[in-house]
Design a protein around this ligand. Structure first.
Ligand SMILES: NC(=O)c1ccc[n+]([C@@H]2O[C@H](COP(=O)([O-])OP(=O)(O)OC[C@H]3O[C@@H](n4cnc5c(N)ncnc54)[C@H](O)[C@@H]3O)[C@@H](O)[C@H]2O)c1
Length: 323
């Protein structure tokens, strides 16, 4: 079966591509390389089962014929910067909503059977139930990014209902490690490489969230996708996160320890009166992953602390002192 991965040159997408290829799948990447990188996929170029096409999903011109014989679209293309979405809602509208509409509309036209969508914990906003289960009803995102993710979920759901596309929605917590180049953990490593004496922390340091190591996030994606195919469910949604949460100042301490530093001064910089790191920053996020575990899936790094420690080791291999 031909598997199309949109955003396959990005962070999560490229790990997904590697995993799919390791299972012998026939993988086709569509990416505009806005945040994606050649180096994320270069090791696969020339492989028999791998192809890619540089194209922009906002414009349904040249790429849609590749959907013709596809069995599944794994839609991972997006602009994932929650913070910047506040300043560029129009860009996010096109990268999220227009692109997702174009993807699912062409999935319908070409009779693609399955769509897997990379959604986010941000659809829950400041949830009153924590850990937050998939069934949580009061979905009130507090960022443009989260609002548009929820809108995309709804577009996909109605297509699934009306046209029979089998849909898997994955709401990821914060994914860390591997090829990641953004997020608080990476940010701290970069800052401490530049200046090992002082660490600026956006927010009051008390923001408490769940972090999952990238291998676990991708293995869960493949596991659930296989389940979707086996069970032939019409529509399903799963949280993908770790067992617990961790505060930003705890993350700072882990990073400092992993880097072997001492006497680092933490400089707190709250951006909102209630201590958030930016407008739209969810202060407390922990996903209920009972459903994921009930499928038999096991995390290799079950706690956020373990995921963060492992991610720091990855980042230290690539973040140079001059960055
Ligand atoms: N990384 C996380 O912690 C996290 C958490 C929750 C959800 N997600 C979601 O997972 C998906 C992947 O995120 P990521 O962290 O790998 O981000 P990323 O920026 O590394 O990957 C996104 C990819 O999409 C491509 N892209 C963007 N707009 C495009 C367009 N219009 N046409 C074609 N390609 C386009 C980019 O070039 C990039 O390769 C996104 O949907 C993101 O919202 C990520």
């Amino acid at each position: 079966m031909k598997v199309i991965v949109t955003g396959g040159a990005g962070y999560l997408g490229s790990h997904l591509v590697d995993k799919l290829l390791s299972f012998g799948e026939n993988v086709f990447v569509i990416d505009n390389f806005s945040t994606g990188r050649e180096e994320n996929i270069s090791h696969n170029i020339g492989r028999k089962n791998f192809n890619y096409f540089r194209a922009d999903l906002r414009y349904p011109e040249d790429w849609h014929p590749f959907f013709k014989d596809a069995g599944v679209i794994m839609h991972f293309a997006a602009d994932p910067s929650v913070r910047e979405s506040f300043f560029k809602p129009d860009k996010h509208f096109r990268d999220e909503i227009v692109a997702t509409f174009n993807v699912v509309e062409n999935a319908r036209k070409y009779d693609v059977e399955y769509v897997v969508f990379a959604s986010s914990s941000t659809v829950y906003g400041d949830a009153s139930t924590v850990p937050t289960p998939e069934e949580y009803k009061n979905l009130e995102p507090i960022s443009i990014y989260g609002g548009f993710k929820l809108a995309c979920e709804n577009i996909l759901k109605v297509y699934s209902k009306l046209y029979g596309i089998k849909l898997l929605i994955l709401r990821f917590a914060n994914v860390v490690g591997g090829r990641g180049t953004r997020g608080v953990v990476y940010d701290f490593v970069v800052k401490l490489r530049r200046n090992p004496g002082v660490l600026e922390i956006l927010g009051d340091g008390k923001q408490r969230k769940s972090y999952i190591y990238v291998d676990d996030a991708i293995n869960a994606t493949i596991h659930l996708y296989n389940l979707l195919i086996k069970k032939r469910l019409p529509h399903d949604v799963y949280n993908i996160g770790s067992e617990d949460w961790i505060s930003v100042d705890e993350i700072a301490s882990i990073v400092v320890k992993e880097m072997g530093l001492k006497d680092v001064v933490f400089h707190l910089n709250p951006q909102t009166p209630d201590g958030r790191g930016w407008v739209g920053d969810v202060k407390n996020m922990l996903l209920d992953i009972t459903r994921l575990k009930e499928t038999g899936f096991k995390l290799k790094y079950p706690t956020s602390g373990q995921a963060v420690s492992r991610a720091v080791k990855d980042y230290l291999k690539v973040v140079s002192i001059s960055r």
